[in-house]
Design a protein around this ligand. Structure first.
Ligand code: SAM
Length: 314
């Protein structure tokens, strides 16, 4: 294990280290330590298929369940057996194996039954299934995904979880602005560099480079602008990434807010330990409103790192 750690830490590029030392300051080593830890497993009870009580009683026979403070359907799973995806209750769609930080964006979105919602980048469907459960399978969700290969997984997760209020589309998210549809809520769980999820795949470190960050941040801004465009007045858009890059997070929000007086960034009240959003990076000062965004790094709650911003349209 120790040897693996050493090998993996050698994967860290110089540019990455410099950048993340600036982001985390004295917490940089702690960030790395948690980024190399084995992820804690967790589930979210799918209330479309089973009750929290029923799932808890069944899984307690094998595992120890610990509630996730910010998601009442979420539990950390402890125990020797690692195959939580093989349990019959999983096959029956009674729970979804989901990283606890990734449960936050749908909660921040707050979808209600009978609303019209779009999940702009939906595969493999963890947040679509969560939104459908929050909507009690009522109203309508458009689950959009650009990557045809990822549609199969999205489709099978929706079926397994008994989701009945969702239409899958296979479009570029930025093309929705040309359509006449207007939504009550829009989720943009954007494609990102994934630097909050190094513990899940060390490939993230190998792939990381500054050009990729610039390219992603341009796409992310376009997705957010388009998502806001297709919102009804009074509607809510949530922008999230599992990246800890200011260029993919605070800077995207700051650029989006420029010259807009119809967008209000809202606080996200949640029982989760958080980092201070970054207000200045690489000589650029960001909009003060980014203070209201939720930024968490792995070392805060022993979860993936995530960034979430909730914006209301006036
Ligand atoms: N929301 C998903 C979930 O919780 O299961 C995870 C989404 S993942 C972070 C980002 C997704 O965006 C990927 O599946 C990727 O293929 C998709 N994507 C990338 N570019 C896109 C675009 N222009 N329009 C729509 N989806 C896009």
């Amino acid at each position: 294990m120790e040897k693996d750690d050493e090998i993996n830490k050698e994967m860290i590029k110089k540019g990455f280290e410099e950048r993340y030392r600036k982001i985390f300051g004295p917490d940089y080593d702690l960030f790395l330590e948690y980024s190399f830890m084995f992820p804690r497993r967790a589930i979210r009870v799918n209330t479309l298929r089973g009750s929290i009580q029923e799932v808890k009683e069944e899984l307690c026979k094998i595992w120890k369940l610990e509630p996730i403070p910010w998601c009442k359907e979420g539990f950390w799973i402890e125990g020797e057996r690692r195959d939580i995806g093989n349990h019959l209750f999983h096959q029956l769609g009674k729970y979804y194996v989901q990283e606890p930080a990734s449960m936050i964006p749908a909660i921040a979105l707050g979808p209600q039954p009978d609303e019209f919602v779009i999940d702009m980048a939906a595969a493999p469907g963890s947040k679509t299934t969560q939104i459908a459960a929050m909507m009690k399978n009522r109203g309508c969700i458009i689950a959009n995904e650009i990557d045809t290969k990822r549609l199969k997984m999205l489709n099978s997760n929706l079926q397994r979880c008994f989701v009945m209020n969702t239409i899958i589309t296979n479009m570029n998210g930025i093309a929705f602005a040309n359509k006449k549809m207007r939504f009550d809520r829009v989720l943009i769980d954007a494609p990102c560099s994934g630097t909050g999820t190094i513990r899940k795949s060390f490939l993230t470190l190998r792939m990381w480079n500054e050009r990729m960050i610039e390219k992603l941040s341009r796409l992310q801004l376009r997705l957010l602008e388009n998502g806001f465009e297709i919102l009804k007045r009074g509607g809510v858009v949530v922008y999230s990434t599992c990246s800890l890059e200011p260029f993919e997070n605070e800077r995207v929000i700051s650029m989006f807010l420029k010259g807009r007086d119809d967008a209000i960034v809202e606080e996200i009240e949640m029982d989760v330990k958080r980092d201070r959003p970054i207000l200045e990076f690489e000589g650029e000062r960001y909009d003060n409103e980014v203070r209201k965004c939720l930024r968490i790094s792995p070392q805060r709650n022993n979860t993936d790192g995530f960034f979430v911003c909730r914006i209301k349209k006036k």
